[in-house]
Write a protein that binds this ligand. Sequence first.
Ligand code: UN1
Length: 512
Amino acid sequence: MQSILPLPAQPVKPGTSTGQQFWHSATADRTEKTIDSYSPADGQLIARVHLSTRADYDRVVEIAQAAFAGWRLVPAPRRGEIVRQMGDQFRRYKRELGTLVSYEMGKSLQEGLGEVQEIIDICDFAVGLSRQLYGLSMHSERPAHRMLEQWHPLGVVGIISAFNFPVAVWSWNAMLAWVCGDVCIWKPSEKTPLTALACQQIIGDVLRNNDVPEGVSCLVTGGRDVGEWLARDPRIALLSATGSTRMGKAVAEAVAGRLGRSLLELGGNNAIIVSEHADLDLAIPAIVFGAVGTAGQRCTTTRRLIVQDSIYNDVKKRLKHAYAQLRIGNPLDESFHVGPLIDTQAVAGYQAAVKAVYDQGGRFVVEPGVLSGLGFESGCYVKPCIAEAENHWPIVQHETFAPILYLLRYTTLDDAIAQQNGVPQGLSSSIFTLNMREAERFLSAAGSDCGIANVNIGTSGAEIGGAFGGEKETGGGRESGSDAWKAYMRRQTNTINYGTTLPLAQGITFEL
Ligand code: UN1
């Protein structure tokens, strides 16, 4: 891997994508603090990245604000054209970036490439959107009056992204924000800073070649402190944050305290209901991919399986068989299905959850374990496992970012839906059934309470065309497709009088 990205002699420094300070300059302070990025695949140090100071942060916000003054006046389709060129750049660098995502984050190469494909897809979506930022027009109650609404750029958008989708989730936000006329400051996860720097490099040429003002795309690096600076800063018009519910609550409180806007995409505790009317040939692979894909570290990972009594033993048997085929190993080797967790701290979280399952009365039907020995030197590889459990147990109610699947049973569909909804989170959900009444009930107002509800496909792997996000402790935000763009703009209602009198609304008279 060292040949793909040789470790730079000095830390890589963030900043704006067109500015001098993007790569570390010769004059930089050698005693500066850094984030060391290790690969969970082999435990190697990949790079040292400069940690933004408060002074760096303030400078970046000023540059972003200055850029916004110009960028908001660039016609939206022209902004879309620049995003189109970015999409081409991501096409060009798909393999390199996908490989780096896989190496720095630990997801399989296929998933790393898939993540870059999500960037390409959202670029295409945003290009079309740049000609469709539609407002409505309304009929006024007053003669010779016209009413309409228009959508204006909002300002500086902060983006806090998580390690599990280190680049795609940034792009869902940034590409929409840019066609909407906003400028972005991205704080990537401190666990995956290098993939973020790579994205800045990839789009840097496009911005320079098009004379886009410096500061349209900014990057700051760091952990909780930097997140707090963004959350408390009234110069940040919208803060979009993806991560844990704990982080989201802190962000929501700080942003609400200044009456700012936040867009939150937080934890999930996603379930698949498997009815006695399910086609199990579809259900089993969907469950396995949903539970073990990205080593159980997607917000949309399938964490609970709610199975009808009459097929419970059959489903259990088939899953045991499927899990026995899983090959765990280096994510860059395409013969493996499951890569490592992000770091040893995540492994400790997995072990604590396993212990909690035993303590709360659970039983593993596919055994857990941490792998060691040749190929597993990083200490981050764990066995995907399945436990028989009950929905109300604290460990089942909690999102553990690891490949642990809880097997639950139900008798009636009402009971299944109650269990599916009976958790604090509300991101993704699905039912496997060929019975139309069951499927429609699951999608009805009395059905799933999640932001995403699927029939005969799993809980993960959403396309960018739909709005992505969830209810309850998932935070309520929507990113990506549909009309999620509206969160990145400010709405203005206009009333125009083209007549010769001044009638007041609601029939009020006011004579002078
Ligand atoms: C996330 O885990 O934060 O639906 C995003 C999916 C992906 C995105 C997941 N398209 O699984």
